[in-house]
Every structure is written in C-alpha cells, then in structure tokens.
Design a protein around this ligand. Structure first.
Ligand code: MF3
Ligand code: CO
Ligand code: CO
Length: 284
C-alpha cells in the first residue's frame, strides 16, 4: 500500500488507545510484540474480508468440479477463470517465479505442488488445493483437502485429523495469547494422533502482502513467541505427515515440498482476524 494512503488510514482509523497500551505493557514484560504497521484497521479488515469471500467462492467451485481423472492443470484453469471473473487476481501467479495460479499438492507432496497437464488425479488420491486471492490489493489465503474417489481409511483419517489440527489452532488463537500457544496446541494434538508436524513451513501474517510477519509455526511452547494483538490477520495452515516430519524440496522445479520418507501429508488453511473477544475466520 502506498505511503500516503497508509498515513491517511493511520490518522482516520488509529489503533485504539487501550490496545496500544496493552501492547506497550506486553513489551515491558519482555514479550515479542508486532510492529504496529501490521495491525489492520477497519477499512483494511473489510478489504481482506471481501477478498476472503472470493477466495471461498474459488474453493467451493473447485469442490464442485474436482473429480477422478482430472489433471491438476485443470484445477489451475478453474481457479484462474473464477478469480478473474470476480475481478480478482491469483497471488501465486508470478510470485517469486511461480508460474501457476494455485498450488496443488498430491499425497506425499506437502505443499507448493505445481499444477501440471502430466498430473492426473486418480481414485484414492488426496490433494491439497491452496488458493490466495487478491481483491483491490487485499489478500486472503486458504486451502482445503479433497479426497478423490475411494480413499483408504488411513488417508481419510489423516485428512480429517489435519482439519481438526487447524480447528484446534484457531481455537488457541485468542487475543493476547501467543503464536507459541497455537503451535503448542496443534503439535500436541497431532502427536497424540500418531502424526508429525512439518516445522520448516508455517502460517504467516497476511492482508496487505502475501506473506507478512509473524511466522506462525505449527509447533511451539505455551506463552512463547509473538503476542496475538486484536487487529492482526494471520493464516494457520498445519502440514501434518503420516510418517516422519522431515521434508525435502523437489530439485527439478525448486518449489514442491515432499515428505522425505514419502509418507502422505495433509494441510488445511484459513485466514483469521484476531479480535478483542476471539477471532473471526475470513475465508469461510
Ligand atoms: N499459499 C501458500 C501459503 O499458504 C503460498 C504459496 S506460494 C506459491 O502461504 F508461490 F507457491 F504460490
Ligand atoms: Co495458502
Ligand atoms: Co498461507
């Protein structure tokens, strides 16, 4: 966002005094507190909420059309066409050299799978579709898992428990808790189900840019890390592996992350707003 517009918003919609004071109090106690430029003001929140509506529409459209035999490049077409038809833009396209509009990560692919004409979804596959939408300059980021045809009970359980991990993470994302509380809650649950949690990648601040501070690890310790201040907009996007936690990057395309042991991996993602009383999911 350009500097002048930002200054105008800062004057017209200042951070409320009681929130500023509580941030200062946290700082005095030695807690990590986010830079004020990442605290979203009402007009920005509305912008991100509107982007979230399109983002949800995109994923609903994918849900309607996805089927066995479909190429992942066709998912890219669906996402791009729906997004453009709603006057929005796909954030992945040309992002740091990524050349598709969405990420499609199948089975042992953890994230950043590149849609391809050569990749056909077959009966029994699980696939994550991760879609980030820009509307009027505001970003919303969400992903879902899709089960293709008849999926094994093991894969179904992984998909469902990973969704539960996201829900548990959201529940932990209360105002004046910390990012560490989110990671702690998610990893505790995932491990109790016999799964491992990817550490190298995580959620992030989002809204005016694709990836903002803070980094939202899905492992962590209670009361540690950045404080969650009302007005922060972050993603939670746990990547949960059936086998070991270690991951590796595709040496050929430089993007796709796989599990090192080639075990299955699942991920769900929402963009949420921290409010004074809890949080609001902006990608429903
Ligand atoms: N949407 C991913 C996330 O949740 C980022 C994808 S970056 C891309 O943060 F370039 F691969 F699209
Ligand atoms: Co995403
Ligand atoms: Co994200």
């Amino acid at each position: 966002m350009d500097e002048l517009l930002w200054q105008k918003i800062d004057e017209e919609e200042p951070i409320p005094d009681h929130i500023r004071e509580r941030m200062e109090e946290c700082r005095r106690k030695g807690m990590e507190v986010i830079d004020e430029k990442y605290i979203k003001r009402p007009s920005m929140i509305q912008g991100i909420r509107d982007a979230g509506v399109i983002n949800t529409g995109v994923l609903d459209e994918v849900a309607k059309l996805i089927k066995p035999g479909m190429r992942t490049s066709e998912i890219d077409d669906i996402v791009r066409e729906y997004t453009h038809a709603h006057n929005a833009v796909c954030a992945p396209y040309k992002y740091e050299g990524f050349h598709k509009s969405v990420c499609t990560s199948v089975n042992s692919e953890v994230c950043h799978g590149i849609p391809s004409r050569l990749c056909r979804l077959k009966d029994g596959d699980i696939v994550n579709v991760d879609c980030t939408t820009i509307l009027n300059g505001y970003y919303a980021d969400a992903s879902r898992m899709f089960m293709i045809g008849n999926v094994s009970p093991e894969r179904k359980r992984l998909v469902e428990e990973t969704k539960k991990c996201l829900e548990i993470g959201i529940e932990a994302a209360q105002p004046w808790n910390t990012v560490g509380d989110i990671g702690y809650a998610i990893s505790k649950y995932a491990r109790s189900r016999g799964y491992s949690v990817v550490r190298e990648l995580g959620g992030h601040g989002v809204g005016l840019e694709f990836h903002e501070d803070p980094f939202v690890a899905h492992v962590g310790s209670r009361h540690k890390g950045m404080v969650l201040v009302p007005g922060m907009v972050i993603t939670i996007e746990p990547m949960i592996n059936a086998g070991k936690a270690a991951v590796t990057i595709d040496p050929y395309n430089g993007w796709t992350i796989y599990t090192k042991d080639r075990s299955d991996s699942a991920q769900w993602e929402h963009t949420i707003l921290i409010t004074e009383t809890g949080n609001e999911i902006l990608t429903y």
